[in-house]
Design a protein around this ligand. Structure first.
Ligand SMILES: [Zn+2]
Length: 287
């Protein structure tokens, strides 16, 4: 009898605590998906649900956008988003709500974070010879997302920093770690090869010429004075190019879309010099 009352007391107490938590969370305007993360141990983070992955990605995206300059160049945004829309339905995770953003930065770089956020620097758009080469970079970044690489990186970083769970203050630190991973930390050798492979197959399924991927890497490695950030991570460029060429040959991958250099460069360059020539007037109009 006593035991039963004690049990009832405990049940009521936990119900009270749960509702208190929900009220507190609602007051802090945190999405309900966050509730699902509560109590989850950090070693489980690589296995979180897609919904939670997106919720975490949205917070990291907010932080990234505060740290980089998101471009207002309509032609660049349109180009990247149009290619993104072609790739998503034939990607490994077409269910994700992808967001494609352009970063105003001359450095040749691109990055991504969990839940479908892809960022392409204007420097990368300018460096590509054609649409297929740019698509190969976007597809590669989508490959990091479908491989859930940043979640695995986050798991390792969090464990190294002694973060125990996804609750409260730890969550803010996780968002910082996620931002850091996207902006500065290189991917592992395995993750790069995995993103190359996923990206290559995605590219071909969208009809693009697969050779554009190794060709763009080759171009960047040989023309720029120093190896761009995008390629400076672990696997060396020659290994990646060989890996891609082997995949293309072994799987007899074919596609012809996106190799028209002049159309691409016209689209891109038309959007650039005009803005620079007319300077502040045009910029003011666009803002
Ligand atoms: Zn990569």
């Amino acid at each position: 009898m006593t035991l039963r009352w004690r049990r009832l007391g405990l049940t009521l107490l936990s119900l009270f605590l749960i509702s208190l938590t929900i009220v507190t969370q609602a007051a802090g305007a945190i999405g309900w998906a966050d509730l699902l993360l509560r109590g989850l141990q950090i070693y489980q983070i690589a296995n979180i649900s897609t919904r939670d992955e997106i919720a975490l990605g949205q917070q990291i995206d907010r932080e990234i956008r505060a740290q980089v300059q998101i471009s207002r160049n309509a032609a660049a945004i349109n180009l990247v988003q149009t290619i993104g829309k072609e790739l998503v339905p034939v990607s490994d995770r077409p269910d994700l709500p992808y967001t494609f953003q352009v970063v105003e930065d001359k450095a040749i770089n691109a990055f991504a974070t969990m839940g479908g956020f892809v960022y392409i620097n204007t420097g990368t758009i300018a460096a590509a010879d054609n649409r297929a080469q740019l698509a190969s970079v976007i597809a590669h970044e989508m490959g990091h997302i479908s491989g859930r690489h940043s979640l695995e990186q986050m798991r390792q970083a969090a464990i190294a920093q002694g973060i125990a769970s996804l609750v409260g203050a730890d969550r803010d630190r996780l968002v910082q770690i996620g931002t850091n991973i996207a902006l500065t930390l290189p991917n592992s050798r395995e993750a790069e090869f995995d993103a190359d492979r996923r990206g290559l197959f995605n590219l071909v399924r969208a009809g693009y010429a697969p050779q554009a991927m190794p060709q763009f890497m080759q171009k960047l490695a040989s023309t720029s004075g120093e190896v761009p950030t995008f390629l400076s991570t672990h696997p060396n460029v020659t290994d990646r190019i060989n890996y891609l060429n082997n995949l293309i040959q072994e799987n007899n991958l074919q596609g012809s879309k996106g190799l028209d250099d002049s159309t691409y460069q016209q689209t891109w360059q038309n959007s650039q010099p005009r803005e620079r020539q007319r300077g502040s007037t045009l910029r003011r109009m666009q803002n």
